[in-house]
Design a protein around this ligand. Structure first.
Ligand code: SF4
Ligand code: SF4
Length: 353
């Protein structure tokens, strides 16, 4: 794998252009989330497409979804070219592109067009906490509409059954590197910046505290909302609603969007996945303690070049494991496989055993 002078590129390695890019990305997110008015001329251009797909005029969310999907597809093609000799990357990039286009863009839009609920079949609790809130789940499951009931059962089945089973067999990569929309953007548009992830021990400590705190918040909010559902007079009801609004603003918008994507050029492509995503926290616990997935290392072949650590987007010091010939079973590893690809000696192997 050639690195094409990545470390000398001012775009890819925190030079002035990288700061400019970060400003552009964060600016776009701030406008989309909170001040969409100046974007009106832009999303009006998408009216014809939105009318065909959704049966209504475009708004800032449609603009966002379109830009996001185009970014995944265009940068996905770049990935396909860059990693053209690696079947693993070809299959997972094509899957990420297809899932983004179908499940996160076309199908939700077409559901709106037929007057149904806008629904994302590729997102589950706790990444989308509201999907398991009592208000949404009871509305879906108790509706007399077959499609809505299917959405309710899909959410429950994917969260409670498919997630642990698939993670047992394949590790968290089945979701983070093959399905998730956040992962899709990170693996395609974020790939040029993957080397900027922080590899220090301090970052690892902060990562564990932060990601598990976010997960604890989602569990608490979901639990309180269900409690309040059973006892609506409980003062917990309004507290849980308020906590959910704070969570939506701080974690759902500021962290996952503005910082998570806006700071790609400065902090790497997986800041959100690593420090904030509650789904990553759940999958990580399962991966570490109840999964067959691991990266095996052939220590005697390692020449300590450090390529694997450099290009690990989750900030894992892969080389340290390789030097010791120790299997890598880290909760944060998303199984992207790039460490194995950039290793000049074939030391690393992603295995489910
Ligand atoms: S860490 Fe979270 S946001 Fe990132 S790819 Fe995995 S599930 Fe998606
Ligand atoms: S250890 Fe390897 S497979 Fe895991 S996240 Fe890092 S680069 Fe990807």
């Amino acid at each position: 794998m050639r690195n094409h002078g990545t470390m000398w590129s001012k775009w890819k390695h925190r030079g002035l252009p990288a700061y400019f890019l970060a400003l552009l990305f964060t600016g776009f997110y701030v406008l989309v989330y909170w001040f969409p008015e100046p974007l009106k001329p832009l999303f009006s251009l998408l009216d014809p497409l939105s009318n065909v797909l959704r049966g209504s005029a475009a708004d800032h969310w449609f603009l966002y979804g379109t830009v996001y999907t185009v970014a995944v597809i265009v940068m996905g093609i770049r990935m396909l070219i860059r990693y053209r000799t690696q079947r693993y990357h070809i299959y997972r990039t094509l899957t990420l592109m297809a899932v983004q286009l179908m499940l996160s863009y076309l199908i939700p839009a077409l559901l709106m067009r037929i007057g149904s609920k806008e629904f994302y079949f590729s997102y589950f609790w706790p990444l989308k906490p509201e999907y398991l809130f009592p208000s949404s789940i009871t509305a879906l499951v108790q509706s007399n509409d077959g499609l809505l009931m299917f959405m309710g059962f899909w959410t429950i089945a994917m969260t409670v059954i498919a997630t642990p089973v698939l993670t047992y067999f394949y590790g968290k990569r089945w979701y983070c590197s093959w399905v998730c929309g956040c992962g899709a953007l990170a693996e395609t548009a974020g790939d040029p910046f993957r080397q900027n992830s922080n590899k220090t021990l301090a970052a690892w400590k902060i990562e564990r505290w932060m990601v598990h705190s976010v997960l604890a918040s989602v569990i608490a909010i979901t639990g309180l909302l269900w409690w309040a559902n059973v006892d609506p007079t409980s003062p917990l009801a309004s507290f849980a609603q308020g906590a959910n609004r704070v969570y939506g603003f701080l974690i759902g918008s500021v962290f996952s969007g503005v910082i998570g994507v806006g700071f790609y050029p400065l902090l790497g492509s997986r800041v959100w996945c690593r420090f904030g995503c509650p789904m990553a926290a759940v999958l990580g616990i399962l991966q570490k303690y109840a999964s067959r997935f691991r990266i095996t290392t052939n220590g005697s072949q390692c020449i300590s070049c450090g390529n694997c650590s450099t290009y690990c987007e989750m900030g894992i010091d892969v080389r340290a494991y390789a030097q010791r010939g120790e299997d890598i079973k880290r909760a944060s590893c998303v199984g992207c496989g790039v460490c194995a690809t950039v290793c000049p000696r074939g030391v690393l192997k992603l295995e489910n055993r």
